[in-house]
Design a protein around this ligand. Structure first.
Ligand SMILES: [Zn+2]
Ligand SMILES: [Zn+2]
Length: 270
């Protein structure tokens, strides 16, 4: 519904012998939750994404379907930084199996604010890289039945007119970033990265049995401090596992980082 096939399709086509890709025209994925608050997501992101992929397969009759699910919120280790988690699920209906990949990015344009004047609205919009990043307007932060939701606001005239009306009628308004991928270039880029990573993970085959998707199943902490050698909470290595034969192996960090700065060490910087 939001044009994500433009970045997901080419990433998978580049590495897998697929004959083509298409967006499923009559899939309604908003029923599983919408960012603007009218439909709450009731399941966890991965389960939601799996349901979307299954729904896509049911309505289209296709047996390889990919679905995406994004979440936004504070970055757990540093809650003042916003982050974006993207999940992609590839569903193989013939075998009833799922291949998923989760990617966390600190590159995100995400926020919301209660405004009581037009200048507050415009200042917030500026900070959220508007109009390249679209906005949503409603009366209050928490949507209530009967309240209008204005989505996909992409020009200053419309933002001024709609927020002006709300300010007059309700005294204040809630303005936030529209997180649907087609209205948020930064999110679209994170989805593209996630698709590339999923494609690479799918290509990775098990050294023991040759099955595809010899994927990362665990991040192992304990990267030593460069000053004292104490094991920190930072990732030291990853564990890859085979879903078919159960073979497991430990692989180093892809960035080659072998030590952590003392600032992250519980021993040097308690
Ligand atoms: Zn294997
Ligand atoms: Zn240390």
């Amino acid at each position: 519904m939001h044009g994500k096939e433009r970045v997901i399709g080419p990433a998978l086509m580049g590495v897998l012998p697929l004959s083509g890709f298409t967006a499923i025209p009559n899939a309604d994925t908003d029923q599983f939750g919408a960012f603007s608050g009218e439909v709450q997501r009731t399941l966890d992101p991965l389960t939601t994404c799996i349901q979307k992929a299954k729904h896509g397969s049911e309505v289209s009759g296709l047996d390889l379907v990919i679905a995406s699910e994004g979440s936004f919120g504070p970055y757990p280790p540093a809650p003042f930084i916003p982050c974006n988690e993207e999940i992609l699920v590839l569903y193989d209906a013939q075998d009833d199996t799922f291949f998923q990949h989760k990617h966390l990015s600190l590159e995100t344009v995400f926020g919301g604010e209660r405004c009581s004047s037009l200048s507050e609205v415009m200042t917030f919009a500026e900070r959220m890289k508007f109009p390249e990043h679209h906005l949503v307007l409603r009366a209050k932060e928490k949507w209530e039945p009967g309240d209008a939701v204005h989505k996909g606001i992409a020009d200053r005239e419309r933002l001024r007119a709609l927020s002006g009306t709300l300010l007059v009628d309700r005294g204040s308004c809630w303005v936030e970033t529209d997180m649907r991928a087609m209205g948020n270039l930064t999110r679209m880029r994170v989805i593209a990265e996630t698709a590339e990573r999923l494609a690479q993970e799918l290509l990775n085959s098990c050294p023991a049995c040759g099955e595809c998707w010899f994927r990362i199943t665990e991040a192992l902490p304990g990267l030593p401090c460069e000053l004292c050698g104490w094991p920190t909470q930072s990732v030291r290595a990853y564990r890859r596992s085979c879903r078919s034969c159960g073979y497991v192996s430990e692989v180093p960090r892809p960035d080659g980082k072998a030590t952590e700065e003392p600032g992250h060490c519980q021993h040097c910087n308690p």
